[in-house]
Design a binder for this molecule. Structure first.
Ligand SMILES: C[S@@+](CC[C@H](N)C(=O)[O-])C[C@H]1O[C@@H](n2cnc3c(N)ncnc32)[C@H](O)[C@@H]1O
Length: 346
């Protein structure tokens, strides 16, 4: 294929893929080493995008190979904002991090100038996305997000793929924490096949799915109807319905029945108020089992407070605790850390 410019034709190649598959395709093209990130992913038709490649891929599925014309990639958000006439001072006030979750870009917009223009610039930067969602916080015992569409078609439903695990979700209804990515992978790497696991605060399956994909048998409890709906959908989407038992309930109500069928090798407590549920967690955990307790802890109390709370609850139950590991997952807020303690309980 030639446009007579003498430019290397293969520099302009792109493969057409369906929009919902764009993230998976980009990861596959990167794995093949043919993804060309010097050019932008652009919309090709209403339901497809053109993903730039340096050569036709061998493994990645695609509809057709096409030629992209003149798609010089503005490499950063700043480039796009500069192109829109923003001053350097305004660009300094713009957000510096965001997450592309399938077809939705999630961003903490803070008090950035002209959020709508930031949204448009992010859509230009991430051609595979259709909506930009500004996040204004997560609140309540069901951890519900407060969000606002700042650009795009407004469709907040998406499927995000991470380490091979697929998460379907509606980001206007349920929370998703990009900052917990490493912890989600950690849980998938930590479990052994055929382990019996209780996930007390399962959400849409943040930890349940990677653990079940790794072969564990997970009882996943979630009280929020919206999150539970996606939990059930994601269990099917990841083909782990034979290994996951989802319950829409308060986890305290599930523990007695669960424990009567044999206690857990592992209990996961991915909730900042987890310490209030330690009695139930210990009722569910077999002697020698492992507990993962999350907490939002002021920096000065990291890791002492969660460990003291765990030891106090275990002492109540006349059980011993051996701390196996402690991790800072991410910053929860100014001076407060999201932490997790892994402990074996005798
Ligand atoms: C913070 S979210 C889970 C976050 C997740 N660990 C992550 O990594 O992103 C906690 C979840 O626990 C659910 N939840 C809170 N209290 C509960 C309870 N008593 N029983 C069952 N689920 C509960 C909330 O609805 C929410 O979906």
């Amino acid at each position: 294929m030639s446009d007579g410019s003498g430019a290397q034709d293969d520099q302009q190649l792109a493969v057409v893929v369906a929009k919902p598959r764009s993230q998976v395709a980009i990861e596959s093209l990167q794995a093949e080493g043919v993804y060309d990130d010097t050019r932008s992913v652009t919309e090709w038709t209403a339901d497809s995008v053109a993903v730039p490649v340096t050569a036709p891929p061998q493994e990645t599925q695609f509809r057709e190979v096409v030629r992209q014309v003149g798609e010089r990639r503005l490499r950063t958000l700043d480039d796009h904002l500069r192109e829109r006439g923003w001053t350097e001072a305004e660009i300094d006030a713009a957000p510096s991090s965001w997450a592309v979750l399938g077809s939705v870009v999630l961003i903490d917009i803070g008090d950035s100038p002209r959020p709508a223009e930031v949204g448009e610039a992010l859509l230009a930067l991430h051609g595979e996305a259709g909506t930009v969602l500004a996040r204004h916080g997560i609140s309540g015992e069901h951890r519900e997000p407060s969000v606002e569409v700042i650009a795009g078609d407004g469709d907040t439903e998406t499927v995000h793929t991470e380490h091979g695990t697929r998460y379907a979700m509606d980001l206007a209804e349920v929370m998703f924490s990009p900052g917990n990515k490493a912890e989600r992978a950690q849980m998938g790497d930590t479990v052994d096949p055929d382990e019996r696991v209780l996930d007390m605060f399962a959400g849409i399956g943040y930890f349940t799915l990677p653990m079940a994909r790794a072969g564990a048998h997970v009882t996943a409890v979630e009280r929020n109807p919206a999150s539970f709906r996606f939990l059930v959908e994601n269990v099917m989407l990841n083909d782990v319905d034979e290994r996951v038992h989802p319950y829409r309930a308060d986890c305290r109500e599930v523990v007695p029945g669960f424990a009567s069928e044999g206690r857990a090798d592992r209990v996961v407590m991915g909730y900042y108020e987890a310490h209030e549920y330690l009695d139930s967690a210990l009722d569910a955990l077999a002697p020698g089992g492992v507990l993962h307790m999350h907490e939002a802890t002021p920096d000065a109390l990291v890791f002492d407070r969660p460990i003291e709370r765990l030891e106090a609850a275990a002492a109540e139950a006349d059980r011993g605790v051996e701390v196996l590991d402690t991790r800072r997952v991410k910053e929860y807020s100014e001076g407060v850390a999201h932490v997790v303690v892994d402990a074996r309980v005798q």
